[in-house]
Design a binder for this molecule. Structure first.
Ligand code: PMP
Length: 469
């Protein structure tokens, strides 16, 4: 088994080691030297005096063995304050499709910084970003930019309600569309409170939400066309919002015909179909899941990979709907919308993704990683289900059948999976606790092989207790 020092060399190309130097992780059976995270732990606990939990997003709370503190990132790797180098599969929660700090993007952003940071007016760089989005995304006749997926979801729902004159929005169990009150419902509902499978009870995912907003939501199980058609037939639905491939719970490609059926049913009953492509957008294909899966919605939200780590999101869609923002009847605003530096990052990123070559390369390297992980876990006699796209896939332990919706995802052994991610971290690989794996153009075959070796080494330590899978 090759040591992670090989990874260290690859990630460190063009970089001089800092004064403290980075710990080289050896992961051979003979020489196992586990990473430690003491300094991160100390810093986060000290920071918790001023920042609740020591983190600025609740999704960073409580990650085992401790939330990490990073010094820098480059290519496929992160470097933390304990001197560890980690092959990164968080990738800014899916944002860094080109890897950390790609040269062309750094140049574009630096040049824009020198020209100006914020104009409270228009700039040609945002017009170019809009042109690129419209040229790549099938549904994008027009586009509005914002800074986060949550706020652009908010804009989409407002637009759909305003243009249909209806209030009800259909969302699906396990789909996440940001943290705002009117949509943070039934994302991770406890089964004992969630009601019957065919008629879930909408459940808020946070204390303090305005519960009245839930009255305008209908929650359904995803991937079940008959139930969606039945609900739409009541004729009161403004919009159906979904992740076109469900990537916040597992990574689920919809059943054959589901997306096309959903579109047809929305058309038949006057509802707006919204794809939330914050994860899939620009990641699974240059035009997102709608391009890859061949179904064009009315509206779609993009974020994350659109600007490779800069805070950019957008709402794109049918011109007759989008134009309503210019009527002044429907409000959408924001001080930082289309901030020129972030727009320069958007242009640089979309130019790098436009010809599909990055996606083709990720298709191949992602399959290498998926197959490698599957083989390493099976070799250790662990039951594993890997599904999704090579660019974003999901690994579940203790499940042998495909996961098709939120409730079937609950069969996975989450506690065992977290043990796996802790073991991986100790061996120099950072993967999400919830089972998702994001890939970037900077992940070379050698780094992928290092990762698979770390999975194999960790799997051996988990295999002792198969009964508990
Ligand atoms: N929609 C989806 C599908 C997401 O995955 C996310 C974030 N993970 C959001 C919306 C919210 O985006 P943001 O965190 O930028 O507000």
């Amino acid at each position: 088994m090759r040591g992670a020092h090989t990874a260290a060399m690859q990630c460190a190309i063009g970089y001089r080691l800092s004064a403290i130097g980075y710990r080289l992780l050896h992961i051979s059976e003979e020489d196992t030297r586990m990473a430690i995270f003491d300094r991160s732990r100390q810093l986060v606990s000290a920071a918790a005096r001023r920042i609740p939990g020591g983190v600025n997003s609740n999704y960073r709370l409580g990650i085992a063995p401790t939330p990490l503190v990073f010094e820098r990132a480059e290519g496929a790797c992160l470097y933390d304050v304990d001197g560890n180098q980690l092959i990164d599969y968080y990738l800014g929660m899916g944002s860094m499709i080109l890897g950390h700090s790609p040269a062309a993007l750094v140049v574009a952003v630096t040049e824009q910084l020198q020209r100006g940071i914020l104009f409270a007016g228009q700039s040609e760089v945002e017009f170019e970003a809009a042109r690129l989005v419209c040229s790549l995304v099938p549904c994008a006749e027009m586009v509005r930019f914002g800074c986060s997926g949550s706020e652009m979801v908010h804009a989409a729902l407002r637009l759909a309600r305003a243009t249909t004159g209806r209030s009800t929005v259909i969302k699906f169990e396990g789909h996440y569309h940001g943290w705002f009150d009117n949509i943070l419902w039934s994302v991770t509902p406890p089964l004992e409170q969630a009601g019957p499978e065919a008629a879930p009870v909408p459940l808020p995912d946070s204390a303090g939400m305005d519960l009245v907003t839930g009255e305008h939501l209908a929650v359904l199980p995803w991937n079940n066309l008959a139930l969606l058609e039945e609900r739409l037939a009541r004729g009161d639905v403004a919009a159906v919002i979904m992740e076109p491939a469900m990537c916040n719970t597992s990574a689920i490609i919809p059943a054959d015909g589901y997306l096309a059926g959903a579109l047809a049913a929305c058309r038949a009953h006057g509802a707006v179909l919204i794809f939330d492509e914050v994860i899939t957008g620009f990641r699974v294909a240059p035009g997102g899941a709608q391009q890859r899966l061949g179904v064009t919605p009315d509206l779609a939200i993009f974020g994350k990979a659109i600007a490779n780590g800069f805070p950019v999101a957008c709402l794109a869609g049918r011109a007759d709907l989008m134009e309503q923002f210019a009527s002044r009847k429907i409000m959408h605003g924001g001080t930082y919308n289309a901030q020129p530096v972030a727009m320069a990052a958007t242009v640089a990123t979309l130019n790098a993704l436009a010809d599909g070559q990055v996606h083709a390369a990720l298709e191949r390297s992602g399959q290498r990683l998926m197959h490698g992980i599957a083989a390493a876990l099976s070799e250790a006699d662990l039951v594993v289900q890997i599904q999704g796209f090579p660019q974003i896939f999901h690994v579940a332990l203790g499940v042998s059948a495909p996961i098709t919706d939120y409730r079937s995802s609950l069969a996975a052994n989450r506690a065992r999976y977290i043990q796996l991610t802790v073991g991986l971290l100790q061996r120099g690989v950072r993967a999400l606790e919830r089972g998702a794996w994001f890939l970037s153009a900077a992940h070379t075959d050698a780094l992928i092989d290092e990762t698979v070796a770390a999975v194999a080494a960790t799997a051996k330590t988990l295999a002792y207790d198969k009964v508990a899978q």
